[in-house]
Ligand binder design. Structure first.
Ligand SMILES: *Cc1c(COP(=O)(O)O)cnc(C)c1O
Length: 376
């Protein structure tokens, strides 16, 4: 059997271990140290000069802290994109709040601004103004930040930008990760760059960063003895993991370029295929990192379905995966309000994620091509 080809696996650049060794050499085997500071600086200068970054243990932790800092509490409501990974929504529930899910739009697959505004008006008319809005750059495709931000400002609701999948992408020349009131990144093993596990909170406000670091380090008040006036969390990034991150930042743009090449590889394959379309930028306003390349299969126009293709790939030891199952269809969120039509559902039923790692070899691509050429 050929070795397994994964959707997206870690891809080291080469210098990661040097940074990890520095941590060992100086005995900073802790959730603070030179690598944590250096990694934060690297992300800050990559994103934009004026942002502040707090390195954390995961993207989920970053969303949780963002909601806490925005004052989301028991009984509140928070708006969230339905078509996403569950980690976008789970922290809402950690805070005892209720998620309000919004459908996707056709072109970016992300939060539909039209349904967002309908939802906000309806929740306000029912007596509760949502405390935050969580849009997501799905698979690295930037959401319509200007439209979403305009609605958010009109109703004075802060935006938590879930940029877990989108580091390296941009919207109208602005980097993903700088488009929300608070933004979050993930460095989980499957993401564009990884620290094994890790994440970051991004803000333009020094005080917000200070608050995030304070809460992430057990919320210890200043002073020699241990005194606590807030509930704290153990959410800081390890100095070992941050060392991996520093090495990964050196290859981020090169790896994004490789993921974008994968997208072109799939576009070439399905260029003239009736019924199969490769998900790609709808306009020049957006630049996707193409974290995952996805296809949509219209089975009224061809003999294929996403499940048939998935099984064909699986038989050759190649991983592919249905799109995220929308949150409003998840058993755990079955009682949460939902605004929209059936766009997210139809994407879920017709879409498939294909191998997209920056470490795909030409051999790997040949094996993928051998399966997919039959669908043309
Ligand atoms: C991966 C991911 C997260 C969570 O990040 P972790 O670092 O795995 O906790 C949140 N949102 C989206 C959309 C993700 O893909």
């Amino acid at each position: 059997m050929n070795s397994k080809i994964y959707l997206s696996s870690p891809h080291m650049g080469g210098t990661e271990q040097d940074y990890v060794n520095q941590a060992f050499d100086t005995n900073w085997i802790a959730p603070l140290g030179a690598n944590v500071n250096g990694f934060e600086d690297d992300i800050q200068s990559y994103l934009a000069g004026d942002v502040q970054v707090a390195a954390l243990s995961s993207g989920t932790a970053a969303i949780h802290l963002a909601l806490i800092i925005l004052g989301v509490d028991n009984g509140d409501e928070v708006i969230c994109q339905s078509m996403t990974f569950s980690a976008s929504a789970n922290p809402i529930v950690y805070q005892g709040a209720t998620p309000i899910f919004i459908d996707s739009e056709k072109d970016t697959w992300n939060m539909c601004p039209y349904h967002l505004e309908i939802a906000i008006k309806d929740r306000i008319s029912k007596g509760k103004k949502p405390k935050a809005i969580i849009p997501v750059h799905l698979y690295g495709m930037p959401y319509k930040a200007d439209e979403i931000n305009a609605i958010a400002r009109k109703y004075e609701i802060p935006v938590v930008e879930d940029s877990a999948e989108a580091l390296g992408g941009s919207y109208k020349g602005r980097k993903c990760g700088t488009l929300g009131d608070i933004s979050i990144l993930s460095f989980n093993g499957n993401k564009v760059i990884t620290t094994s596990a890790g994440g970051a909170l991004v803000t333009k406000d020094k005080n917000v960063k200070a608050k995030a670091v304070f809460l992430a380090s057990q919320a210890r008040d200043a002073g020699a003895h241990y005194q606590h006036s807030h509930i704290g969390y153990n959410y800081r990034l390890s100095n070992i993991c941050a060392g991996i991150g520093r090495g990964q930042m050196e290859v981020l743009d090169a790896h994004v370029a490789l993921r974008r090449e994968n997208n072109l590889f799939y576009k070439d394959i399905f260029d003239k295929t009736e019924g199969i379309t490769v998900f790609t930028e709808p306009s020049n306003d957006v630049f996707s990192n193409h974290w995952l390349s996805c296809i949509q299969i219209d089975n009224t126009m061809c003999d294929w379905t996403s499940e048939k293709i998935r099984l064909k790939m699986d038989a050759k030891n190649i991983e592919s995966r249905p799109l995220w199952k929308p949150m409003h269809l998840q058993p755990v969120f079955k009682d949460a309000p939902y605004y929209g039509e059936k766009e997210a559902e139809s994407l879920f039923h017709s879409g498939l994620c294909l191998p997209s790692g920056s470490n795909l070899t030409s051999d790997n691509k040949e094996r993928v091509f051998d399966v997919l050429k039959d669908m043309r």
